[in-house]
Design a protein around this ligand. Sequence first.
Ligand code: SF4
Length: 700
Amino acid sequence: AGDSKDFDREVESVCPFCGVGCQLSFKIKDNKIKYVTGVDGPANENRLCVKGRFGFDYIDHPHRLTKPLIRKEGAPKGLNVDPGNVHTHFREASWEEALDFAAKGLADLRARKGTYVAGFGSAKCSNEEAYLFQKLIRQGFGHNNVDHCTRLCHASSVSALIENVGSGAVTATFNEIENADVAIVIGCNPIENHPVAATYFKQFAKRGGKLIVCDPRGVGLGKFASHRLLFKPGGDVSMLNAMMNVIVTEELYDAEYIAQFTENWEEMKAHLAEYTPEKMAPICGIEPEVLRDAARTFAKGKAGMIFWGMGVSQHIHGTDNSRCLISLALMTGNVGKPGAGLHPLRGQNNVQGASDAGLIPMFLPDYQSVTDDGVRSAFTSVWNSPDFSNQKGLTVVEIMEAIHAGDIKGMYILGENPAMSDPDVDHARAALAMLDHLVVQDIFLTETANYADVILPASAWAEKTGTVTNTNRQVQMGRPAVTPPGEAREDWWIEVELAKRLGLDWSYTHPKEVFAEMKLNMGSLDNITWERLESEAVTYPSLSPEDPGQAIVFGDGFPRASKRARFTPAKIIDPDERPDTEYPFVLITGRQLEHWHTGSMTRRSNVLDAVEPEANCSMNPATLRRMGVEPGDMIKLTTRRGSVDVMVRADRAIAEDNVFLPFAYVEAAANILTNSALDPFGKIPEFKYAAVRVEKAGEA
Ligand code: SF4
């Protein structure tokens, strides 16, 4: 920080890193962000974490793309381009030439029979940019093959929430924990991944709230826990069913709430009868009395919240995990009142907003089904365009399979990095290399851009205007602090120019015109206007032009046909692969505090990269001793998909015979190892469980 002499302008905006959505103030001098301070936003009350405070210098990194690029004739595709010297494989082009080239390649594929083009949009862009992206694919190509990274994070949570509660968003803001007396935090590591939200959780525990932390890893929040359930990887459904069994057996449930607001209770009760703590303990690894105590503590609380993350969602039984959490909240009457609710902590800064805006293959904006003729008609009427497919589109992993099958031959990828983020990533990289035409729009030459035919240089978050929606359903305004470098342009402008060249009648001149169009078919934005957002954050739903929005929803019923929420029983489904003699350990992947997702931004931030510069994994010290491995040694991790060499750290928080590997490092890309088996409902891959072999590097 510094004093007022350190900057000549300040601009208030939102942090672009995680779904907490902290408001911040950029302090600017000479078109450079000098430093950042927290602002009193609804989610953060002036707080920021290390990324929000120190993570912005990536936007000035010399690797920034500043001119449109077209692949040179014959330049091979693959991870072979030095991001500091892209001219070995690409030549600079004017915007006119690059956009014409990008559009022609996509239009040529459109002209052929078949559904040859797919699109990945971005949860790092604004709501308006997400809306335009899905519209471009649907209106421009007539189908729904459009998706984004929500498929890799909370798709299974959304699937279970829509099924059982009628809405995919949180029922209460995380700040509501202030009014709770008990909370479950499961399958997430908020101190590292949602650090500002974690400060509220810590305060809750410090003032006496009962905090039940459940995770196979000894996550940092466990230090503040009243109950710490270190369950076996993949043991979630057995553990949660056992807790619910206790609540039923001991009649700790809220009979009045269940009778008034839910359905399928009798089936749920009958289902739970066999999941006794004694039977489930060997499966989940938690002693029966601990399960009982946790269940009683949650059920006896006056108001309880449930928070979950990707440890819950990224399994082939991810939807079942969320079904259990929803049932647990419903049977204890913990939805729709102060201090109570269901809250999947959203990852990317705008994954909630991008999903709301329809950047998903089965839903148009506001989760309106593409299979509903009336819904499509409402959109084509606003878009003034013919009907498009009534078939759900392909999801992220399915699109890669479709490329291998020859059914997809071109892609438009905006701000996503599937060459790092997809499971079984060598398979995904091979798919990208097979494409006839790949248009990549990004701020750096990402691993995915290594496979591009044309690259369109875009703007970083601090260089653009647009709204974003955080994990709390709070819609906030992002404002440009500095101008983009060189010829880089805002993403919405690039989308519009591409759409025009694909023959679409688009004439937007500012994101606020897009926002106005979104409101025509998005009831969630009722009473929220661009003008309001210029001066305040608004939580949807907002009931009047003066209402700041509803922090808690569903106090008087649920948005389902019956107006009731549903109990959906979940059976135990084993992980797709289990350890065996060849692959005896369990691999868990995830994030760490300093690095964000595939690292394209944070590894180019001087402060963040200095703190955490090297690819690393973590294992229990006892396991390392047994193997004769010292902390700091290089080890080789091998799964059925491939191998990586990586430096190992000792960490008692990791269970014996488990390995934790962050996925931000291209030199030890975690997703070379991960399994692409999918949850059948959310179509999310099993990033949180793979059977892995561990050896000293060089000895294998
Ligand atoms: Fe940014 Fe998330 Fe940190 Fe807040 S908690 S400063 S939104 S990364």
